[in-house]
Design a binder for this molecule. Structure first.
Ligand SMILES: [Zn+2]
Length: 135
């Protein structure tokens, strides 16, 4: 999962959390990359920046029951490998959907607080996904 500390988020993306990657417009290629890379690994051409629509399909999931520090309050929680409709794959939290999530279900992105260090500092937000249709 990619997360962005709030100050960095504000500097780089305004108030938006989005999925920034790359798209290869070289003739016949069409490869995608997430996150963005300068060079297409399929054909070697320069990639174009692309903001992916946060919709896709769950490929695999795992339920986390022993979380890292800062994630205790949400345990158990689900992490899924998601294939976006436009190409590209990412690991993300799957929220609002319970822990019984089957491969193949459709998901959409939602912005959620990732964690709070409880130190009075900034909150951290990230793109999470929720199930939209069951298979
Ligand atoms: Zn390419």
């Amino acid at each position: 999962m990619t997360f962005v500390p709030a100050p960095e988020l504000a500097r780089s993306h305004g108030h938006h959390v989005r999925l920034e990657g790359g798209f290869c417009s070289s003739s016949g290629c069409g490869a995608t990359t997430l996150p963005y890379k300068n060079i297409c690994s399929a054909c070697g051409c320069k990639m174009n920046p692309h903001v992916f629509e946060p919709r896709g399909t769950v490929l695999y999931t795992t339920t986390v029951v022993t979380p890292p520090p800062g994630f205790e309050e949400r345990t158990p929680y689900v992490i899924g490998l998601i294939e976006l409709e436009e190409g590209g794959r990412l690991l993300a939290h799957i929220v609002d959907s319970g822990t019984e999530i089957e491969s193949g279900v459709r998901v959409e992105g939602v912005v959620r607080r990732l964690y709070d260090r409880n130190d009075g500092g900034p909150l951290h937000y990230a793109m999470a996904f929720r199930v939209t249709t069951r298979s």
